[in-house]
Design a protein around this ligand. Structure first.
Ligand SMILES: [Zn+2]
Ligand SMILES: [Zn+2]
Length: 372
């Protein structure tokens, strides 16, 4: 799936600014190297397919631009939202293209894509959520079904083309008569003219509406992740399939937790006695619960302890990363009279040694190091 797919540029071994020619040469080289007919090794056919797919996208300027902008998400999107690989509209378009069964002469185009920003809390990005978003977009006018014609009114045949939608001009040449066919510019190939535009959409066929959509955010998304909602973009002109809606996620930072890949980082303050003697402490989890954690005796500030399976759920996968607890030993800034007394006694046993296990004090070691 999208997360495990290699970057197409990396597959071909070219830079992001590679020219069409460089891309073609790189693909040719790999195809020769990995073609299953030439290369019997086990992963050759896999490599060959990978190169083929990368070349297919990067050799098409439109698909390359899309890939540069959205990465693999631009082609697919998330399971459940955009299905895998290509959306049904893409397949429709690639198979039926201009024809699209309308019998008309103009090319059927997919509607424009829309982009929307969505703010998420840190917790929502980790555990997933559902959000309602309001999208201002054009919708096919219900009154006229997108035709732009007032219901009940009859369009009249275009006088310029006689209702055929095309203009034929005959040319004589030395080879005989040629007929040049072009789309009628007056009716734009419709073959008919409308004198009563729809009162709702003023003949546009579309109306502007605020549409509320429910967006399912999967667990484990990060800042900048884009979700594709297939067919929720602008409607396609002339009955074409609608564009897509891309929802760009923005994740707010958390006060205590930070994210590092699929792991969560948490700084946990402990006191000097807990660090020296060891202790069992409760560690807060992002989901609101706590888990016990053993601080070993002699723990230094900055030591990282791992709690397995309490990190970020793997996007589109199973399992979770770990919670990494960075211990911070806090030196007390205020002491009660009793604590001060105890620290004095402790200080007397330490002398000027930093760590009682080691037989030399810090200053002696420094002196040794400098040979003074
Ligand atoms: Zn016409
Ligand atoms: Zn209308």
């Amino acid at each position: 799936m999208a997360t495990t797919k290699r970057d197409y540029y990396e597959v071909l071994g070219v830079g992001r600014s590679a020219s069409a020619d460089e891309i073609r040469r790189a693909y040719r080289r790999l195809a020769l190297q990995y073609h299953p007919d030439r290369n019997p090794s086990a992963d050759a056919s896999e490599k060959f397919k990978e190169a083929q797919e990368a070349y297919e996208v990067l050799s098409d300027p439109e698909r390359r631009a899309q890939y540069d902008r959205f990465g693999h998400l631009g082609e697919g999107g998330f399971g459940g939202l955009g299905a895998n690989g290509f959306g049904i509209e893409d397949i429709f378009e690639s198979f039926f293209g201009a024809a699209a069964g309308t019998g008309r002469r103009q090319r059927v185009q997919r509607g424009a894509d829309l982009r929307l920003d969505l703010q998420l809390s840190f917790e929502e990005s980790i555990f997933g959520t559902e959000k309602d978003v309001t999208v201002p977009k054009h919708e096919t006018c219900e009154r006229c079904n997108g035709r732009g014609i007032e219901p009940g009114s009859t369009p009249v045949p275009c006088p310029t083309c006689g209702g055929t939608g095309e203009i034929r001009r005959a040319h004589q040449s030395i080879f005989g008569q040629f007929v040049n066919v072009s789309v009628c510019s007056r009716c734009r190939g419709e073959g008919q003219l409308v004198f009563d535009p729809c009162t709702e959409c003023h003949g546009q066929g579309v109306v502007r509406r605020q549409k509320t959509l429910r967006v399912t955010v999967p667990a484990g998304v990060s800042d900048g992740t884009q979700l594709r909602l297939s067919g929720e973009g602008e409607p396609g002109p002339n009955g074409g399939p609608p564009g897509h809606l891309y929802v760009v996620l923005h994740v707010q930072p958390h006060r205590f937790f930070r994210r590092q890949g699929n792991d969560l980082l948490l700084e946990l303050p402990i006191n000097v006695a807990q660090a020296a003697l060891g202790a069992e402490v409760e560690v807060p989890l992002l989901e609101g619960d706590t888990v016990p954690l053993d601080i070993p005796a002699g723990t230094q500030s900055g030591r990282v302890l791992r709690i397995r399976g309490k990190g970020v759920p793997v996007l589109q996968g199973s399992g979770r990363g770990d919670l990494l607890v960075r211990v911070k030993v806090m030196v007390p800034t205020e002491l009660t009279r009793e604590q001060r007394e105890l620290f004095r006694k402790l200080a007397a046993t330490f002398g000027d040694e930093v760590s009682p296990q080691e037989n030399k004090g810090f200053f002696e070691k420094v002196k040794d190091a400098f040979g003074v």
